[in-house]
Ligand binder design. Structure first.
Ligand SMILES: [Zn+2]
Length: 190
């Protein structure tokens, strides 16, 4: 069992949430499984993940931490690592894909380092290699979180003088969009 699931259940849940079985997400399941084995189960664990790719979804599937509830923070460092930590003491464990260990699993190493094409390494072979490797390719250490550890509170809100939508009061009396910093242009509806 990995994260309390059979391999079939695991793949099914990854497919359902992520849209397809991403190898990185499967490795993420083993990382979280390892984290929950070393961390005290009675604590409320928040998470920090060090890449935007794949791994955040593993945390959202296999832990209670999500972007939306604020228990998961995503750092854009593109490092294949995650931390689960006690949100009160900020002590926890950081787990990462250890390249030295991954070298013993050439299919995983070559995929991760981009050394092999999808054609030369079919996904079912890679997935099989990941199940066989399990936590053999991972390392972990005990850490104390010194940044990004506290949950962000929602700040004061203001109603925009121009569009009458609510927005963060820190933006001023009008919202960023009405100040000209919008991510969209309005189109006329037919
Ligand atoms: Zn506005």
């Amino acid at each position: 069992m990995i994260c309390g699931r059979t391999p079939e259940e695991l793949l099914c849940e990854i497919q359902g949430f992520h849209g397809f079985v991403a190898p990185g997400l499967l490795i993420g399941a083993f990382m979280i499984d390892k984290a929950y084995k070393v961390i005290d189960k009675t604590i409320e664990a928040d998470a920090i993940v060090e890449t935007k790719h794949c791994l955040p979804d593993a945390l959202q599937i296999f832990t209670p931490c999500t972007v939306g509830n604020g228990w998961l923070k995503i750092l854009d460092l593109d490092k294949f690592a995650l931390t689960l930590y006690d949100r009160h003491t900020l002590d926890g464990f950081r787990i990462w894909l250890d390249l030295d260990k991954a070298k013993n699993h050439p299919n995983i190493y070559n995929w991760f380092m981009g050394l092999v094409s999808k054609k030369d390494l079919p996904k079912d072979i890679l997935i099989d290699a990941i199940f066989k490797a399990g936590s053999d390719i991972l390392s972990w250490e005990k850490i104390h979180v010194v940044q990004y550890g506290s949950r962000e509170k929602k700040g004061a809100i203001n109603v925009c003088d121009l569009c009458h939508e609510a927005h963060a009061a820190s933006q001023g009396k009008t919202c960023f969009a009405c100040q000209g910093h919008s991510y969209y242009d309005r189109l006329v509806m037919a």
